[in-house]
Design a protein around this ligand. Structure first.
Ligand code: MG
Length: 399
């Protein structure tokens, strides 16, 4: 039996089936470090014993995009633990618990060595949030907000991320790409740097500013490529443009380089999308030299899911920073709901790239730089046409 709202389930939710589909990212695009043509994502389903409209209620999640699927870890370690668990052990206060699901997924795993495991657990934990929201009959942002004692704001400030390097006509294609984002409601943008000589990157920035207008509408992302000397040279080149932020100048774990830049570059520095755990984030806070205007980009889908991510937010606020400085990496519906639910600064969007996961789909209205979530229960992944076929394949055994 299912009732609406919190504390709704009278009996424990049982996970009857789990499934994973390794989905290739569509597109042959490149940043300063990687080409995405070979990248995959693990799309995960948790099929519950609850039903609505004669169909099983299924939680859907996926891990961080721009890396690789985690089929082996999911099938060999995590799914068997979930299916073997006592259903009561996955419940807290009458609701399915994503935290308990993640803890079950991590049974018998040593601490440390986060790596690919962090993404595999994240896909399951996020699927548990989707399932919990669907069981409550509400959008995930509201479920998340309630779980953390907040009220969801379904209108989220967004920026369009793209501006990758193409094989030919890269600069003119860049201008056209950003113009198409502007015409679809975005007012802020992010482009890649570091994949071309610095003079060419300056030309790319000026082409992007033709569309973005003010520097405060344009961020640039080096994807962790630079050593200290190159980062300094770019910082000098970027400074007159007064950009929105300079993202991931150096290696994600080179906190000394980050601190060097925050001490010398006057504009905002953004980093954190390649951290895998709350302790990584704590070390960034201890040693990275982050300031009040800088941006934290940790990604729940890379780092054990929303529960671990919320721990990072707690650490950020404990150090005197604001959650409004958090803009999670990802650019998809799951992170849009998380931003809305936790009251973060804003959300990345990939409206043109990283299909079938990137962007928010036609149900989410983007206008004047803000995205507005709908009432569709869960993360709303079923409302994104590009995901229809992979979700159908993922769940075909269950429905
Ligand atoms: Mg980035």
């Amino acid at each position: 039996m299912i009732l609406q709202g919190a504390c709704a389930i009278l009996f424990a939710v049982r996970i009857l089936h789990t499934s994973e589909l390794t989905v290739p990212l569509r597109g042959d695009i490149t940043n300063a470090v990687v080409n995405f043509a070979e990248h995959t994502v693990s799309l995960v389903a948790l099929v519950s014993d609850q039903a609505m409209g004669g169909r099983p209620v299924i939680g859907i999640g996926f891990n961080s995009i721009g890396r690789f699927g985690q089929s082996g870890i999911l099938r060999e370690r995590i799914f068997p633990r979930l299916l073997a668990a006592d259903p009561e052990a996955l419940m807290r206060d009458g609701e399915l618990s994503p935290a308990a699901s993640a803890a079950t997924a991590m049974r018998n795993e040593k601490p440390g060595g986060h790596g690919d495991r962090a993404g595999a657990v994240a896909a399951v934990e996020l699927a548990a949030w989707d399932l919990r929201a669907k069981l409550a009959g509400e959008p995930a942002c509201r479920t998340i907000a309630r779980a953390f004692g907040r009220t969801a704001d379904p209108s989220v400030g967004v920026y369009a991320a793209g501006g990758y390097y193409y094989q030919a006509d890269s600069t003119s294609r860049l201008r056209d790409e950003l113009q198409s984002y502007r015409e679809s409601g975005f007012e802020a943008f992010k482009i890649k740097i570091g994949g071309a000589p610095i003079r060419e990157d300056a030309q790319r920035i000026e082409a992007a500013l033709d569309v973005a207008g003010l520097g405060s509408n344009l961020a640039v992302d080096a994807n962790g490529r630079f050593d200290a000397a190159t980062a300094d040279a770019y910082a000098q080149m970027l400074q007159p443009y007064a950009l929105r932020w300079f993202e991931e100048p150096g290696d994600p774990l080179d906190y000394a380089l980050n601190a060097h830049l925050t001490a010398s570059y006057p504009g905002p520095i953004a980093t954190g999308e390649n951290l895998f755990s709350a302790n990584d984030a704590r070390n960034l806070l201890r040693y990275g030299g982050m300031r009040g205007e800088d941006v934290f980009q940790m990604d729940p889908g890379l780092s054990y899911g929303l529960g671990e991510y919320a721990t990072m937010i707690d650490a950020i606020e404990a150090q005197g920073f604001s959650r409004r400085q958090c803009f999670p990496h990802g650019g998809h519906l799951i992170n849009l709901h998380i931003v809305a639910g936790l009251g973060l600064g804003g959300c990345e969007a990939y409206p043109g790239v990283f299909q079938p996961f990137g962007g928010f789909g036609p149900e989410v209205r983007v206008a004047s730089g803000r995205a507005t979530l709908t009432e569709r229960p869960g993360f709303g992944l079923e409302g994104k046409p590009e995901l229809a076929e992979p979700i159908a394949r993922l769940t075909e055994a269950a429905v």
